[in-house]
Design a protein around this ligand. Sequence first.
Ligand code: NAD
Length: 340
Amino acid sequence: MIKVGVAGYGTIGKRVAEAVLKSDDMKLVGISKTTPDYSAYLAKSKGIKVYAHSEADLANFEKAGFKVEGTIKDLLSKIDIIVDTSPGKKGAENKPLYEEAGVKMIFQGGEKANIAEVSFNAQANFDQAWGKRIVRVVSCNTTGLSRVLHALHSNIGVKQAKVVLIRRTCDPKEVKGLVNGIQPEMKIPSHHGPDLNTVIPDIKIESLAVVVPTTLMHLHTLIVEFKKDTSREELVELMKNTRRIVLVKGEHGLTSTNTVVELARDLGRPRYDLPEVVMWEDTINVKDGWGYLVYAVHQEAIVQPENIDAIRSMNKLMSKEESIKKTDASLGIVYGSLYK
Ligand code: NAD
């Protein structure tokens, strides 16, 4: 049993903690929090041990009358690996603590790539994290791109890719966001193409990004030039048979991200989570050697399974195929279709 701690219990942290609880080869020792907000109470009521993130944070908990198990240092003394899910760039500040404790560490996509030995996506480079000490699970957008491009590159061969990312303004819980506008990212390429190259270095890619007033999902419009001839039918088959990708159809009324989210709610998915890439079968096309694909990425959920597979690879627990299969079974992640 690998002993796991999770630093931060926000959008990503609570999902990683729950995924660890559902994995029979690892144990969730506890989570660390900076403030005694509702999620700290919720964690405790679920039987999860809560630690204050620092000595200073301990005072906040004491003031609120919330009894913690100790500080992050106490948590670090009991675990093999910490999954840092603190807000972007805070992980780099936390890293020396983890180094001092001598634990393995996983950071998230909000950190710079050079924080870790490997930028990770389970399907694309599981083996590169094998036995490593420090790994970064890439962001939601890079995870979606890595899944799709890895499948295309390893099965057909990608000469070059161009992607326009239509990004959600913020997560549903956040008290901020673009309300009435469309905001292009001023930098071209956006950071997403170069970030994809930290996982799959040998794909030539250009990326542009636009932020729109929605909180539900991101949407990628991906255009790919292939190294050899392919057909729409071949692409559809490939996407249908790739783990963690599901195809949906406009003719079934699934014509937008909000209808996809409604389906996830009807399926009884926790928090309507869709860790799968959701691709519109209707949009898959091939013309003059170029492929066209449009898919949605549920930013809150997509990296949840990746963190579990990273823990397994770093601790040499099982092969890539076994780990992905096991994670998918424990989290109810499917491929092909979301329904029969
Ligand atoms: P969040 O704000 O929802 O949660 C962050 C958690 O960390 C909170 O519990 C907060 O109390 C705690 N925290 C604050 N300061 C801390 C510190 N100094 N040390 C430890 N914990 C601290 O953030 P999130 O959306 O879960 O993002 C976490 C990471 O995951 C970021 O790197 C982000 O870029 C990445 N990520 C986010 C998304 C997304 O869409 N939300 C998707 C993929 C990756």
